[in-house]
Design a protein around this ligand. Structure first.
Ligand SMILES: Cc1ncc(COP(=O)(O)O)c(C=O)c1O
Length: 419
């Protein structure tokens, strides 16, 4: 065995494999260090890059060992639907980043959102959710949950009093996204958590837009955090994945059986790509945020063509006070509204050279989308208007390119847009 970790190594017939978890670390290092090392399970071959364990099952030395594993008397994996070494490394690294006790990696962000919400509810329960949600998340609470007898009230989540007014005796879950997709509204997470604690409800936060670097919902009092790891965590446009993080008790009592028996698990190959992604997360997000900020400032100066810019890193964000209270950085995303409506938005998008048209976000490549005709096209005109999505609204997801090039690309493309 290599260095001592203080963590019990998981061994299986040490002539074949003997893992050491924790990557030989003697203490809890700062986040950027943990994102490269935490959770590592290194085999006897001493690989530098984490191994991908593409296995469905695990073998046992003896029948007694199998029985003991199933009884929970010994540590180790049983079946990849509910636990495997590469996923375990990814989950542990996410826990270190989020300050969570436990996590489960899922096949997509939507698998994480739906599992986190549905695993803890039954017919007769009530959800209060922010109305500004990613379309599929809104479908889960507004359309799917009611099919199973779970009631749902959507509120304008920017104002805490709306959450309070929506509470019913059967309210069990509050669900929100902050900042929101695409108009970057924020919800006061600590205030909503306080309300939830008063009635014994749980707060589930979709933290995709903030990233785990700029906002820590668990520290703000939320109970469960979910991610689409497809976005910044992969950050390179390769893998679809998700993760649910919470305290161990909540996972054991609510998620564990749901996860085991409904099977939303991530593939080990995906877990490996995300482990690699997470190593560079702080570097990418810092560059993306600097680029987003530069583009936001540039667009805000183009007052003849741009009606408004919404960027959590700018002082003129309508909820700058809440952002200062709960976020430690701006955002990799910028929303802005062109005076010329849909025609101007399409012209701008078509004229951009570096920035690609795509509904994805969080990628190392800069991406732009027109929410009214893509991500939010299924909403009614009225619902879009409520969310501040107009025909001229555009969402920009900054990549890691040179910021000066991105500003130049926007300047050039804006010339094609009439005032
Ligand atoms: C805020 C938010 N939550 C959840 C999801 C769903 O993630 P996935 O595409 O990984 O299922 C998305 C996808 O865009 C999103 O933007």
């Amino acid at each position: 065995m290599a260095k001592k970790t203080g963590v019990e190594p998981v061994c299986f017939r040490d002539r074949f494999f003997c893992f050491e978890s924790g990557d030989g670390m003697s203490k809890t290092w700062r986040p950027a260090t943990q994102l490269v090392h935490n959770g590592t399970l290194r085999s006897q071959f001493g690989e530098t890059s984490e191994a991908i364990y593409l296995t469905q099952g695990f073998v046992y030395d003896t029948s007694e060992a199998a029985e003991a594993r199933f009884k929970g008397e010994t540590d180790g994996f049983i079946y990849a639907r509910y636990g495997s070494p590469t996923n375990d490394m990814f989950e542990k690294r996410m826990c270190a980043l989020e300050g969570a006790e436990d996590a489960r990696a899922t096949a997509s962000g939507m698998a994480a959102v739906s599992a986190a919400i549905l695993c803890q509810l039954k017919a007769g329960d009530h959800i209060v959710a922010a109305r500004a949600l990613f379309g599929s998340c809104r479908w889960v609470v507004e359309t799917l949950a009611p099919k199973y007898g779970i009631e749902c009230t959507l509120v304008d989540g920017r104002f805490t009093e709306n959450w309070e007014k929506a509470i019913r005796p059967n309210t069990k879950v509050f669900f929100l996204e902050s900042p929101t997709n695409p108009t970057l509204e924020v919800v006061d997470i600590a205030a909503v958590a306080k309300l939830a604690n008063q009635i014994g409800a749980k707060v589930v936060v979709d933290n995709v837009f903030a990233t785990p670097l700029f906002q820590k919902p668990l520290e703000l009092g939320a109970h469960i955090v979910v991610y689409s790891a497809t976005k910044h965590i992969d950050g390179q446009g390769r893998s679809l994945g998700g993760v649910i993080l919470s305290d161990k008790q909540w996972i054991d009592e609510n998620l564990q059986d749901y996860f085991r028996h409904t099977g939303p698990a991530m593939s080990p190959f995906t877990a490996w790509t995300l482990l690699k992604g997470i190593e560079t997360l702080p570097l990418r997000v810092a560059q993306q945020t600097a680029n987003a900020s530069k583009v936001a400032d540039f667009l805000a100066e183009q007052t003849n063509k741009v009606a408004r810019v919404i960027y959590p890193g700018r002082k003129d964000h309508p909820q700058a006070d809440i952002i200062a209270k709960q976020m430690s950085g701006g955002s990799t995303l910028v929303a802005f509204e062109l005076k010329g409506g849909k025609e101007a938005a399409f012209k701008l998008q078509n004229a951009l050279e570096i920035v690609k048209i795509s509904n994805n976000l969080g990628d190392s490549k800069s991406l732009i989308t027109h929410p009214a005709t893509t991500t939010h096209k299924n909403l009614t005109d009225e619902a879009r208007a409520e969310l501040g999505i107009s025909p001229g609204t555009v969402r920009f997801s900054a990549g890691i390119e040179d910021g000066a090039d991105l500003v130049e690309d926007f300047a050039r493309a804006l010339e094609q847009v009439s005032a």
